[in-house]
Ligand binder design. Structure first.
Ligand code: 5GP
Length: 202
């Protein structure tokens, strides 16, 4: 079986990663979201097994011990990790796996799988990001400052990614992500046997 593509998408909070990916999935059946595990509590509307596998710290630690977690990190006091099972299920169903993970996890994935494709979504500027965070109206001033600072730190990792997408205009950002995905699928390394097939040798 041909190996699936690991498509890693990261972005600081407030960059519109979830919205962009939701639109991305509407436009392609070739990729699926590899559902991560987390120890954080579900937010309103989040469904266990769809948005995350919500686990206790004990269950999460057990999964690490059993080698069921591909990568994990502690972020804002909670564990987040990519489950091997989530990726395998997608690959078995013939889909490529999209990993929506933070920067350290992305760097670990790249170390383990150098052929993985890493995309970083950027805000047009830090000022715009701060405005967007403030616009949500859900965060305290202190939290906004904390998140802006965190975003600044996360931006430092962007240079290690393969592609950068600026979310200035949502439709354009979605098109950019689709274009990257399509181009990655056409890499000669991922088209094993294609030439032989065309030549009738297979
Ligand atoms: P949130 O709590 O907002 O859903 O996620 C917080 C951060 O954790 C986001 O940057 C998200 O992409 C990241 N994250 C979610 N799942 C994983 C995972 O499996 N591994 C890593 N390393 N980060 C994750």
């Amino acid at each position: 079986m041909e190996k699936g593509l690991l498509f890693v998408v990261s972005a600081p909070a407030g960059c519109g990663k979830d919205t962009i990916l939701a639109e991305f999935f509407k436009k392609t059946d070739a990729a699926g979201y590899a559902v991560s595990a987390t120890t954080r509590a579900p937010r309103e509307g989040e469904i266990n097994g769809v948005h995350y596998h919500f686990l206790t710290r004990e269950d999460f630690s057990e999964k690490i011990k059993l080698g069921e977690v591909l990568e994990y990190t502690e972020y804002c006091g909670n564990y987040y990790g990519t489950l091997k099972k989530s990726v395998d299920e997608l690959v078995l169903s013939g889909k490529d796996a999209v990993l929506k993970i933070e920067v350290e996890g992305a760097m670990n994935i790249k170390k383990m799988f150098p052929e993985a494709c890493l995309v970083f979504i950027l805000p047009p500027s830090l000022e715009v990001l701060e405005k967007r965070l403030r616009g949500r109206g859900t965060e305290t001033e202190e939290k906004i400052r904390e998140r802006t600072l965190q975003a600044k730190n996360e931006l430092e990792f962007a240079k290690n990614y393969d592609y950068l997408v600026v979310n200035d205009d949502l439709d354009e950002a979605v098109e950019d992500l689709l274009a990257i995905f399509r181009a990655e699928k056409l890499r000669k390394e991922r088209c094993a046997g294609l030439l032989e097939q065309i030549r009738g040798e297979k």
